[in-house]
Design a protein around this ligand. Structure first.
Ligand code: AMP
Ligand code: MG
Length: 405
């Protein structure tokens, strides 16, 4: 049985990057650029003014100086003539610097009267001028392959006249619930039946990872039903099934996958909770058979499926960074395997991060999942932990980097 770390590495080693496609910049937000995008021209394209002021020749400007104002240039305007000795041109931010001028004096440092301007400051060559190409030279990479597109990237791409970009395709992820006890949410419940919550939970998690969920509904615990749905799911980039992978006599998922030519890579990982998780492949399709218990389903999705989807979609950063936190409560723990503890996070008196239990850690308790801000990862060699000890926490709650205001 692989350890947590070995299982995750095995999965990531099997992930192939999905093909790229060209999409409009706005549709690329959150996705990974598949090739370097160069700028076709220098940025800025020409020397221009960084301030509203007067374009001058710095050599003329030992303060105090009076210069004759010979013209006016707004952003979008074109220089008329050169600025000659003893002359200045009134210029607005973003307007091209006229020939002859090599500096801009801010309006607030000048007194304008009649057709002349008096400077109240000394002027250095280049002051308040944005130089051609000082940001990027023509042909330089504006946004590199591997970048995740956000507002800053969109801004630069737009400046470079780029309307569409090559990005890695979103992963299509087939989602299948299995179990005779399941009916779709909204359907009336007969005795013994429960609503299939995993389909929606997994689809939501796929969306949050940037993938495209393909819902396959519910397969019964019988060979024909499973065969038909699993075969369909194998057409996707990844297939995520829930339940039916334990030791029960109805737990047929792995057997049918095997009949369909799926190669099992591992079954069961040395973790708690979520031990009965299986990973397999057929061609480039990754198959994750997650445990059915809704808490274990989402935990194993978080630890194994999400990093894999991100890797397939070209991301370099695929696992949550760990934050060090002090334990508010002791944790009873049996050594031997990695244990995941759902925790709430707060700030201690010195501003340090404090992790307290989010509640009953039994996998039957969904409430604890809802209360949790993150998952404390207790290493396999650790026994009981005392209050005040430091633990590593994966922060899972979206928006936790924000504060109330
Ligand atoms: P199993 O892995 O089939 O033994 O299922 C473990 C537990 O998870 C059982 O209590 C199931 O009823 C429950 N379960 C399985 N699939 C789902 C599902 N799709 N939605 C909600 N609960 C489920
Ligand atoms: Mg079952």
């Amino acid at each position: 049985m692989p350890t947590f770390e070995a299982a995750r590495k095995t999965i990531l080693d099997q992930c192939r990057r999905l093909p790229e496609e060209r999409v409009p910049v706005l549709a690329a937000v959150g996705r990974v650029l598949a090739a370097d995008v160069p700028v076709p021209w220098s940025m800025p394209r020409w020397d221009n003014s960084a301030m509203d002021g007067f374009a001058v020749r710095s050599a003329d400007c030992a303060a105090p100086t009076r210069l004759r104002v010979t013209g006016y240039l707004a952003a979008g305007g074109r220089p008329g003539g050169a600025v000659g000795p003893g002359e200045a041109v009134k210029i607005m931010t973003g307007a091209p610097l006229p020939p002859g001028a090599d500096a801009v004096v801010r309006l607030e440092d000048c007194d304008e009267e009649g057709g002349a301007v008096a400077l109240r400051v000394a002027v250095r060559a280049g002051s308040h001028v944005r130089r051609e190409g000082e940001d990027l030279r023509a042909g330089e990479v504006a946004v590199p392959a591997g970048a995740v597109l956000g507002a800053s990237e969109a801004s630069l791409l737009a400046s470079a006249g780029c309307l569409a970009v090559p990005v890695v395709r979103r992963a299509r992820v087939a989602v299948l619930s299995t179990g005779d006890e399941l009916v779709p949410p909204g359907a009336p419940l007969e005795p013994g039946q429960i609503h299939d919550s995993n389909s929606l939970a997994v689809a939501a998690a796929v969306l949050q990872a940037g993938g495209e969920p393909v819902p396959l509904g519910i397969a019964r615990d019988d060979r024909a039903s499973l065969r038909e749905k699993l075969e369909r799911g194998l057409q996707a980039d990844a297939l995520v099934t829930t339940a039916g992978v334990s030791m029960g006599d109805r737990d047929l998922v792995r057997a049918i996958l095997d009949e369909l030519g799926v190669r099992q890579v591992f079954w069961k990982v040395d973790i708690k909770p979520g031990r009965p998780v299986a990973f397999a492949t057929r061609g480039g399709t990754l198959v994750f058979s997650l445990p059915g218990n809704p808490v274990s389903t989402l935990l194993t999705f978080e630890e194994f499926v999400r990093p894999a989807l991100l890797r397939m979609m070209g991301h370099g950063r695929v696992v949550r960074s760990l934050r060090r936190a002090r334990l508010a409560d002791p944790i009873r723990n049996k050594p031997g395997r990695v244990t995941f503890v759902r925790v709430r996070l707060s700030r201690g008196p010195d501003g340090e991060l404090v992790a307290s239990s989010a509640g009953d850690q039994d996998t039957g308790i969904l409430r604890t999942q809802l209360r949790a801000d993150g998952i404390a990862v207790i290493p396999a060699d650790r026994g009981d932990l005392a209050a005040g000890e430091a633990v590593d926490v994966q922060v899972t709650r979206p928006g936790l980097e924000l504060e109330e205001a």
